[in-house]
Design a binder for this molecule. Structure first.
Ligand code: MGD
Ligand code: MGD
Ligand code: SF4
Ligand code: MO
Length: 724
């Protein structure tokens, strides 16, 4: 669909009033005269990315015509992005998964036969039972990325007896979460609406949407309410809207922060009262930062020393309405944890904690949970050997890259069955050839997805889930300064022979003799969740509004009492961390100059664009029309040396793979790196718009990780580029 047609549809659909006339499980709208189109508006929650914005679906004669924003949600406000609008295409995409499939050809050959649900469940349960019989329950791996139904899937893995429930954070935000948890005992939010001074290291919020941060930043860029300092080797949309953009030398942000810390400490610009009341380890910190002069940092970062000094002064002057904003995908370099910890420490010493315009601990709202039988603890240790490899990291999330190494090596034991839910490891993990080797050594692979992902393409059985617009999900709390409760309810009944995750889990559980753990319906689950919420008829409210906004937020200062105990070892904010020291790590962030690309090579860096979610929406026809393929950003001087013109096809190789794609010769990137967007060059032929179109970053990214969090170091690959 081209842009003009898209706008026409958008304009047509926007006319309706934002009143919800239907709700839970398709209770139909009030009677309509027979002569008019049966029109319903159903408030629900977007699932096109991590943000879960509130939306109102307009349904005419059973067909979803338009998705509109639902302004009642204070996090997404009146915003529904391009991807949210294109959610319709998930439902009506002719190449989506429509029924269970069982592989008939070789893995990756793409030959399938349709199967009934009974057949698919029997097949998978037999394979899982065989693996359990031969290798024990630990021989199975259950991997999933966040979704409202994720807990059902994880519960099946745990009830099966496997310790190997593996989530996505080590490919995403593990290092930042761990850094803040070890410093403050929690990962806070950032009050960008009220901040006066914001520094951002490469979290490209104006393209990588996080609500409400993206809207707050757009607002402050428009009103010039806050000063925005942005560091990124690329000129992104966030850079364009910032007050100051510095094309920092990749991998050197920690040097910049250490020099800021030194200026603030040396010039006595820290918040003495806050530090003495709430923090431990200031003396060690002051000693530690002495060597890091602005001149030294200028050499490392290529940001002039006088600017670093000025920024440090302005930042401390603006505090507590000043924040060094945390990124989300903090899977960049081998020392990512240290860089995120330095940010956390900097925010602490200027006292930007739990105050308006600073960092704020997330508000708390409790939902109920159905009580059911507990299962036994797994008998075996985790295959990723978290305890040994990353003793401080969040155990429940796992460490995906060491897991893959161990599975390939067969240590500490064989892992031979892999159940994948709402995740695409083929594109999520660096070094795709290695992931294929991991797949090849599995006796069984089952995938739950809505489309034929590259991982589904290699599976033995595929369970098609109903799309988010066709199913009832558990109610969820979106955490934040302003926590909200959201409801996802079906907008139309499933178009095809698909099921929600809970029913897929129940189908498998029945055959694995685990039904006792899943003896409830989604309706019971949801009733139980909301029954204690402090509103009259909360379920009715959620059905009609799609969102419930608990009163009393935002709350500032709940932790600002001298007797408050932070969830850290000392009960204080830990500038110096005893726990890190005890575990054999640096108790304060230590900088190491990043490795530089050898002659003739360039550093590959990654990032997002507003139209595409990770690797999963490039095959969406509406979104593809904005960004049909990816290209390789290359600085003009580098391109000239290589005889490359804008648009030429180039070959990009690393030590693990080679891909080809178009070049984009642009001054919007430093000469020492190249950039490409994620999610293209698919192997799955069902992804017809992106099969072999553009290139997959996962094919050339090398495997490296941060030693504290286990998070991937995605920006440590050096590539050779040549014109084809
Ligand atoms: N090479 C490379 N690797 C990366 C990144 C990168 O930029 N480049 N980014 C990293 C980051 S930050 C993250 S968060 C991870 C994300 O990695 P993943 O968690 O794998 O996320 P997606 O790429 O979005 O793929 C999710 C899968 O879920 C499916 N899906 C979507 N909606 C539904 C649904 O309602 N039900 C079901 N069952 N399935 C659904 C999609 O079709 C898709 O196949 O990747 C990480 N890995
Ligand atoms: N539209 C859209 N929004 C999304 C997503 C999406 O796929 N699409 N995904 C969501 C998810 S799962 C995540 S994790 C977040 C990710 O969102 P962000 O945390 O914003 O991360 P990225 O978009 O990956 O951007 C990383 C940026 O860092 C820059 N960079 C690279 N190396 C360095 C360096 O050494 N120093 C500095 N200062 N910058 C560097 C890159 O050029 C890039 O612009 O976005 C979320 N929002
Ligand atoms: S940011 Fe866009 S894709 Fe993500 S939940 Fe919100 S509307 Fe949906
Ligand atoms: Mo992410």
């Amino acid at each position: 669909m081209d842009r003009r047609k898209f706008l026409k549809v958008a304009a047509g659909g926007a006319a309706g009033a934002g009143v919800a006339t239907t709700g839970f499980l398709l209770t139909t709208a009030g009677e309509k005269p027979a002569s008019v189109v049966a029109r319903r508006e159903v408030p629900t929650t977007c699932e096109m990315c991590v943000n879960k914005c509130s939306m109102i679906a307009v349904v005419e004669d059973g067909v979803i015509k338009k998705l509109n924003p639902n302004p009642e949600n204070p996090k997404s406000r009146g915003m529904l992005c391009a991807r949210g609008n294109a959610g319709i295409q998930q439902v009506y995409d002719p190449s989506r998964l429509k029924r269970p499939l069982i592989r008939v050809g070789a893995r990756g050959e793409g030959k399938w036969r349709p199967a009934s649900w009974e057949e698919a469940f029997d097949f998978a349960a037999q394979k899982l039972a065989a693996v359990k019989e031969k290798y024990g329950p630990q021989g199975s791996l259950w991997s999933s990325t966040e979704s409202f139904q994720e807990s059902f899937f994880k519960s099946l893995g745990l009830a099966f007896g496997s310790p190997n429930v593996e989530r996505h954070p080590t490919l995403c935000l593990a290092s930042v979460n761990l850094a803040y948890s070890l410093t403050y005992g929690t990962m806070p939010s950032f009050d960008l609406q009220n901040a006066k001074y914001i520094i951002i290291s490469g979290a490209n919020r104006l393209e990588s949407f996080i609500t409400p941060d993206t809207m707050d930043l757009i607002q402050s860029a428009t009103d010039r309410k806050a000063r925005l300092i942005y560091l990124d080797p690329r000129f992104t949309v966030t850079a364009a809207k910032a007050d100051e953009w510095y094309p920092i030398k990749p991998g050197t942000d920690l040097a910049f922060i250490l020099a800021m810390l030194r200026v603030i400490v040396e010039e006595d610009r820290f918040d003495k009262e806050f530090v003495s009341t709430y923090c431990v380890g200031f003396e060690q910190l002051a000693e530690h930062v002495k060597p890091f002069t602005p001149e030294w940092a200028a050499f490392e970062t290529e940001i002039p020393a006088k600017e670093i000094v000025r920024i440090a002064r302005e930042f401390s002057d603006a505090a507590p309405r000043a924040v060094y904003y945390a990124g989300r995908r903090s899977s960049w370099y081998r020392d990512d944890f240290s860089m995120r910890r330095a940010q956390a420490i900097l925010n602490a010493i200027v006292g930007s904690w739990d105050r308006q315009g600073g960092m704020v601990p997330n508000g708390k709202v409790e939902l109920g949970e159905l009580l059911f039988l507990p299962w036994d603890d797994p008998v075996a240790p985790r295959a990723d050997e978290m305890d040994k490899n990353f003793p401080l990291a969040a155990k429940g999330d796992g460490a995906y890259l060491t897991l893959r190494e161990n599975v390939l090596a067969g240590t500490p034991y064989p892992v031979k069955a892999w159940m994948v839910h709402k995740q695409d490891p083929m594109n999520m993990l660096p070094d795709q050839a290695k992931t294929i080797r991991m797949i090849e050594q599995m006796d069984f692979i089952g995938v739950i997805d809505i489309q034929m992902s590259d991982t589904a393409w290699y599976a033995d059985v595929i369970f098609p889930e109903s799309t988010f617009l066709e199913r009832q999900d558990p109610v969820e709390i979106l955490p934040g300064i302003w926590p909200v409760v959201v409801m996802r309810q079906p907008v139309i009944p499933p178009l095809h022979d698909t099921k929600p995750t809970l029913e897929i889990v129940q189908g498998l559980a029945k055959r694995l003799n685990l039904s006792q753990y899943f003896d409830y319906t989604i309706e019971q689950w949801v009733h139980e969740q909301v029954k204690d919420l402090p509103v009259n008829l909360p379920l009715e409210h959620l059905k009609q509004h799609g969102v419930y906004v608990p009163p009393g937020f935002p709350k500032y200062g709940t932790t600002l009492k001298p007797e408050h105990r932070f969830v850290t070892k000392s009960g204080k904010i830990e500038l110096f961390s005893e726990r890190l020291k005890e575990a054999g790590y640096d108790p304060l962030p230590v900088y190491q100059s990043p490795q530089q690309p050898p002659a003739g090579k360039l550093r590959l860096i990654l990032g997002r664009r507003a139209y595409i979610t990770q690797a999963n929406s490039t095959n969406n026809p509406w979104l593809s029309s904005f960004q049909p393929e990816n290209d390789l950003w290359l600085h003009p001087t580098v391109a000239e040396n290589m005889g490359i013109q804008d648009g030429d096809k180039v070959e990009v190789s690393s030590s693990v793979g080679t891909v080809r794609l178009k070049s984009r010769v642009t001054q919007e990137i430093r000469p020492d790196c190249v950039f490409m967007l994620h999610g293209y060059g698919k192997r799955s032929k069902w992804q017809r718009l992106v099969y072999g179109v553009g290139a997959a970053d996962a094919q050339i990214l090398e495997t490296a990780w941060d030693k504290v969090s286990g998070g991937a170091a995605f920006h440590e690959t050096f590539v050779k580029v040549r014109k084809v």
